[in-house]
Design a protein around this ligand. Structure first.
Ligand SMILES: CC(C)(COP(=O)(O)OP(=O)(O)OC[C@H]1O[C@@H](n2cnc3c(N)ncnc32)[C@H](O)[C@@H]1OP(=O)(O)O)[C@@H](O)C(=O)NCCC(=O)NCCS
Length: 213
């Protein structure tokens, strides 16, 4: 469902569960979540189990120049407030997505990406862009370069807890972004990922023509 202001405190707690080693300055807090609702309410989603918030994603709209794709997380989150949102942007940019560790493996991330793809279709956008954390790389940084790790991921010979999931959902792994986020789990590496609007996502329903904007 779309996020409501009443979810803000639970979302702040969920950030600690989902991103335990991320620099705290890059975690969203309750006030940030309330601000995101005033910026772009339809781009904010939560997954609820009972009364508990067990998953969430925050998105904005952006123009994106693929010839100058290098950028960092701070430029997107603007201190957490997501004020880099461009109301007429033609891409849906996913600033974060996470599922509580106790609820993983049940299709919650897939449902959140499906909700995002439905919004892409409703708004007539070009697709989804995000930067996936290369979250298995920190443990392998002494064995191979980040470039080699990404090549192996593309070839499907190794598995990454974040990027392999995104690849499975249909995202293409475009470009390595060194120093993107501050988190030892990925040795600060992100990978620019793109899901074209033409790609179906299981669970996403195309809105009737009359409801598209
Ligand atoms: C990555 C994450 C969001 C996955 O959430 P989830 O709810 O467990 O994922 P789902 O159950 O919806 O899985 C979706 C698909 O990806 C696959 N998948 C999930 N985790 C995977 C993993 N670790 N390795 C490979 N594939 C994986 C699933 O098998 C499923 O495909 P299938 O239905 O064809 O079998 C969750 O582990 C998480 O929050 N991690 C930490 C934060 C993070 O990395 N966020 C991503 C944005 S940076």
């Amino acid at each position: 469902m779309n996020t409501q202001a009443r979810h803000a405190d639970a979302l702040e707690r969920l950030q600690f569960e989902v991103f335990p080693t991320l620099d705290d300055a890059q975690r969203f807090k309750a006030d940030h979540y309330r601000k995101h609702l005033s910026l772009f309410a339809e781009g904010q989603f939560v997954a609820i189990a009972g009364d508990e918030v067990v998953g969430a994603t925050s998105t904005i709209r952006r123009h994106f120049d693929f010839t100058h794709a290098d950028h960092d997380f701070d430029a997107i989150i603007q201190g957490g407030w997501l004020t880099s949102h461009e109301p007429d942007g033609d891409w849906l940019y996913g600033a974060d997505l996470g599922v509580h560790p106790a609820h993983r493996g049940r299709g919650i991330a897939r449902a959140l990406y499906a909700a995002r793809q439905q919004l892409v279709w409703t708004l007539g956008l070009r697709g989804q862009i995000a930067v996936g954390m290369m979250s298995g790389y920190g443990a392998h940084r002494d064995e191979m370069s980040a470039e080699e790790y990404l090549e192996r991921l593309r070839a499907g010979t190794i598995n990454d807890p974040t990027l392999s999931m995104q690849r499975r959902l249909g995202f293409t792994l475009r470009q390595l972004l060194p120093g993107h986020v501050h988190d030892p789990v990925c040795d600060d590496y992100g990978v620019l990922i793109v899901l074209d609007a033409a790609t179906p996502v299981e669970g996403a329903v195309r809105p009737p023509t009359g409801e598209r904007r």
